[in-house]
Design a protein around this ligand. Structure first.
Ligand SMILES: Cc1cc2nc3c(=O)[nH]c(=O)nc-3n(C[C@H](O)[C@H](O)[C@H](O)COP(=O)(O)OP(=O)(O)OC[C@H]3O[C@@H](n4cnc5c(N)ncnc54)[C@H](O)[C@@H]3O)c2cc1C
Length: 486
């Protein structure tokens, strides 16, 4: 067959003339742009952010932690703006990423904490399952029901205004139109997972792994480094009635019988990018995660000795948003570390319980051997802990006086992140800081004052909880197996 690539490309001379003529108009276009840009950008978008209004609390990030923060505060009379940079709520537990909830709720000494997670959490477990497993609608309906919440989907918070250690405004930009909104409030909650609001405001943060001597943690490496837990691009295939061919791609990573995996799903352990920067290289990491999935599938479908067995398997879903586990952790008035957890050194300001093991991930050694420097599989190592109440001082920034946080970006060491990063735990942290926001409003104080002066009021709220106590308990999957009995 003659190849079309041998033909010389035809040059459209008409286009060249038009392009040359267009250059003549460049100065006019520049003048028009400069005139417009005094108050508007070229697309007619106002240059200055539009005022989105005054709120009592602005929550940034609509994962489990952010949703629970917003719901908890709203139910206690706080006027909330919830800003989420995706079209759906749920973060890693949404149908976009498809990670199931883990860890325990309703644990002593505050067994009512977690009723809220029970209310909005999916009833079925499983990673990388069909989209309806993650019940996006349930989460968003709960938010829509609260008259005190204004929800801003598709808005990415990318700027802050700070005065004397206080955030005065968060600026968020619509991811499709580019329009910017400015949100004002006396209190903010960083539930972005990445500590983005705190970092933009100048708060101290930690990233990577601390050295063993930093916090006297036996599991920490001798020397500090920037290794983190990685990103997962999960996927699955389904059996169909007819043959389901897949292109034999030439642009993927090199696979072989030894390197490829003839499997029908990629779960949590398809994890990559541990040595990369989770903020600046996140898209590159996600792209590599996708490349790996397509390369492996292409090999299995076209070359593997298992290809006949896979002939009717169709790639049904590949995540297009990477599932992140770790990036930046904001420093609070207390930093939770390994020995607090393993020796159960309880603090007086304990709040939401963390119950999962200290679960830390590392590149899978056999995958490193096959793909040195380009690993995409991981292993997990677990350390058992007793249930541990996370100190309230881990839930607000030590530097930015009106900033609280919930989820994986709270004040913990890398090792302690191994247990607190579970989403039911993050949801309960959100429930707690929502309560704290209501007390800040009522008493006209800042989060640190809740620790210093009003912790007994927070205890009362945690005893009651804000979730519906009468619903059937459906959060009984993926509780964590290695928890020791107290
Ligand atoms: C593959 C995988 C398996 C896992 N297994 C489990 C498990 O079995 N059980 C479990 O509980 N946990 C599990 N985890 C860990 C858990 O998913 C994360 O630790 C958890 O998602 C952290 O919750 P979060 O609310 O802090 O962050 P996220 O879930 O990431 O939510 C943060 C939200 O904020 C939004 N956001 C971020 N930046 C901005 C911004 N600037 N402006 C506006 N919005 C923003 C994001 O879009 C996102 O929706 C797993 C993680 C992965 C990747």
């Amino acid at each position: 067959m003659e190849s079309a690539h041998n033909e010389r490309p035809k040059i459209n001379t008409c286009w060249c003339i038009q392009i040359n003529e267009a250059y003549l108009h460049v100065p006019l276009i520049v003048i028009a742009f400069l005139t417009l840009s005094r108050d508007k950008l070229t697309l007619g978008i106002p240059k200055k952010p539009i005022d989105a209004g005054e709120f009592d609390l602005v929550v940034v990030g609509g994962g489990m932690a952010g949703i629970c923060t917003a719901l908890s505060a709203a139910r206690l009379g706080v006027k909330v703006a919830l800003i989420q940079n995706r079209p759906v709520l749920g973060g890693n537990n949404s149908s976009e990423v498809r990670v199931h909830l883990g860890a325990r709720i309703n644990v002593e000494p505050y067994p009512a904490l977690g009723n809220l997670v029970n209310e909005i959490g999916p009833s079925r477990g499983g990673n990388a399952m069909p989209g309806d497993y993650y019940e996006d609608d349930k989460k968003i309906s709960a938010v829509y029901k609260e008259k005190n919440i204004s929800l801003f989907l598709n808005h990415h918070a990318n700027d802050v205004q700070v005065k004397n250690g206080i955030i005065t405004k968060v600026i968020a930009q619509h991811i499709e139109t580019g329009r910017k909104l400015a949100f004002s409030a006396p209190l903010f909650a960083d539930c972005t997972g990445d500590g983005t609001i705190g970092v933009m405001a100048g708060a101290e943060y930690m990233s990577g792994r601390e050295s063993r001597s930093t916090f006297n943690e036996p599991t920490a490496p001798e020397k500090e480094d920037q290794l983190t837990m990685g990103v997962s691009v999960q996927w699955f295939s389904e059996k169909t009635d007819a043959p389901a061919p897949f292109p034999d791609i030439s642009w993927g990573i090199e696979m072989s019988e030894e390197k490829a995996e003839a499997v029908t799903r990629g779960d949590w352990d398809w994890e990559t990018g541990m040595d990369k920067d989770m903020i600046t290289e996140f898209e590159k990491i996600r792209d590599y995660g996708m490349l790996v999935v397509f390369s492996n599938w292409s090999y299995v479908k076209n070359h593997s000795t298992a290809k006949d067995e896979f002939a009717k398997e169709r790639l049904r879903w590949v995540a297009y948003i990477g599932g992140k586990r770790e990036s930046r952790r904001l420093v609070g008035d207390y930093i939770l570390t390994e020995t607090d957890l393993t020796q159960k050194k309880l603090q007086p300001d304990g709040t939401a319980p963390t119950t999962w093991t200290i679960d830390l991930h590392y590149p899978a050694p056999e995958n490193t051997e096959l793909f040195p420097g380009q690993e995409f599989k991981s292993i997990a190592k677990h350390i058992e802990i007793y249930p541990y109440t996370i100190p309230f001082r881990c839930l607000y920034s030590k530097d930015i006086n009106n900033l609280m946080m919930a989820g994986r970006n709270i004040s913990v060491s890398h090792v302690a992140l191994g247990t607190i990063r579970l989403m039911r735990t993050g949801g309960m942290m959100g429930e707690v800081i929502g309560m704290a926001a209501s007390l800040c409003k009522e008493k006209d104080v800042l989060p640190a004052d809740i620790y210093h002066t009003y912790f007994s009021d927070l205890k009362e709220l945690m005893t009651v909880g804000v979730g519906d106590p009468d619903l059937p308990e459906i959060q009984n999957y993926n509780l964590g197996k290695t928890l020791m009995e107290d």
